[in-house]
Design a protein around this ligand. Structure first.
Ligand code: NAD
Ligand code: DAU
Length: 366
């Protein structure tokens, strides 16, 4: 039986939907991984933008999940359930038949951790996705939205003007990317074999508030704010296609509402940048010296370039990003500046062990 709790109180029943009136339901969602970076932004967006919707937020609260990320949500329409997506009974217990749509964000999401050890990635990202697909069918969920990544398509050449499209072949290069590719295959199979209504979104590098500081941008911000060195892998010329998290979430909402059954949508803001240029932008905005950049050993199998062609999402969903790189970065930086307690908590405990294993130096070491 899963532990069931809301933001303010802990409940012990696996069928605790008090406070959620079935009759008043207009739309009911189950979001997995909704205490993480993108999932919590999506839950906030749903509650803000879909009138009278109700959200069951199912999350295991791993190191990356954080109830602080949900502090400001409307609790009368949000039920938090602590549970693991690989636990079939827990998932079924949290999924009442009235749920219209299941949106799966839950995943192990950090490439470096998958290189160090892949087991959890296979368990959560692959087996967990199958458990959710089976549960969605068992409960008659109308639509299953799966949040995937551009990394399933591998790496693009640096010099050529080549982009990922929905037809690009799969070529996952890291254990993380391979696990996400496997998950996509399972989603596709559930549609083909059982007729489940599925939609898959594939996005590039998100940035914004509440991103755990293992990822490059928040790691840079957290370190630079403390005048600590910023580790840049290899030559720093790897290219990523950056998108503000809320823009990604708006694209998911559109795909969920009007996407084609069985549709796959690449989501990107046409914002390719080299890692060293991203680091320079952050340091400039913080008035910190570029000398904080420290070149360190490259990531194994490091993908060189990601670049997304979002034409299909633009034409079929009418989606456009609202933030520019400049406006998104400004919002992100001011959030991290204003939330030093959040950063301090994220950088304590197990993070310190991860950091010294990964970088061979202590958090905060000069
Ligand atoms: P995150 O690591 O910040 O959050 C993941 C969340 O999933 C956490 O709240 C964690 O507690 C939860 N979780 C992990 N294992 C679980 C399990 N077994 N059962 C239930 N919950 C579990 O990740 P994120 O950056 O918010 O990414 C969310 C999704 O978006 C992932 O599927 C990721 O692959 C995908 N994605 C991320 C990016 C990015 O730039 N961060 C880009 C494209 C796609
Ligand atoms: O493209 C989408 C993917 O983006 C998501 O699917 C992943 O969940 C997400 O983690 C992200 O993967 P990346 O590997 O691109 O993100 P990360 O923030 O780890 O690294 C971004 C770039 O910065 C990459 O080229 C590696 C580099 N890097 C990263 C870290 C953590 C550094 O140079 N130094 C670092 O310390």
């Amino acid at each position: 039986m899963p532990l069931v709790c809301s933001n303010t109180k802990t409940k012990s029943s696996s069928h605790s939907y008090e406070g959620i009136s079935k009759k008043s339901l207009m739309r009911k969602f189950l979001v997995t991984g909704g205490a993480g970076f993108i999932g919590s932004a999506f839950v906030r967006l749903l509650l803000d933008e879909v009138p009278a919707c109700e959200v069951i937020n199912f999350d295991a609260l791993t190191y990356a999940g954080n109830l602080d990320n949900l502090k400001d949500v409307d609790e009368s329409r949000h039920l938090f359930v602590r549970g693991d997506i690989t636990d079939q009974n827990a998932v079924l217990a949290a999924l009442p038949p009235e749920v219209d749509c299941l949106v799966n964000f839950a995943a192990e999401s950090h490439v470096d951790r998958s290189i160090a050890s892949a087991g959890e990635f296979l368990r959560t990202n692959v087996l967990g996705t199958q458990v959710l697909l089976d549960a969605a069918r068992a409960r008659g969920v109308r639509r299953f939205v799966h949040i995937s990544t551009d990394e399933v398509m591998g790496s693009l050449p640096e010099a050529e003007e080549q982009y990922f499209t929905e037809d690009s072949p799969f070529a996952p290069n890291s254990p993380y990317a391979a696990s996400k590719a496997a998950a996509e295959h399972l989603v596709r199979a559930a549609r083909h074999t059982f007729g489940l209504d599925t939609v898959i979104t594939r996005c590039g590098n998100n940035y914004g508030p509440r991103q755990f500081p293992e990822k490059f941008l928040p790691l840079m911000l957290a370190n630079a704010l403390h005048d600590d060195p910023i580790p840049v892998y290899g030559d720093g010329c790897n290219v990523r296609d950056w998108i503000y998290v809320e823009d990604h979430c708006r694209a998911i909402l559109l795909a969920l509402e009007i996407g084609r059954p069985g549709g796959v949508y690449n989501i990107g803001a046409r914002n390719q940048r080299r890692n060293i240029d991203v680091a320079r932008s952050v340091l400039d905005q913080l008035n910190k010296p570029h000398s904080l950049m420290t070149f360190v050993k490259d990531r194994l199998g490091h993908d060189r370039r990601y670049a997304i062609d979002p034409s299909l999402a633009e034409s079929e969903l009418g989606w456009r990003p609202r933030e520019t790189w400049e406006s998104g970065l400004e919002k992100t930086i001011s959030w991290y500046r204003d939330n030093s307690d959040w950063i301090a908590r994220a950088r304590s405990g197990a993070y310190r062990e991860f950091y010294s294993r990964q970088y061979g130096t202590e958090v905060g070491a000069q």
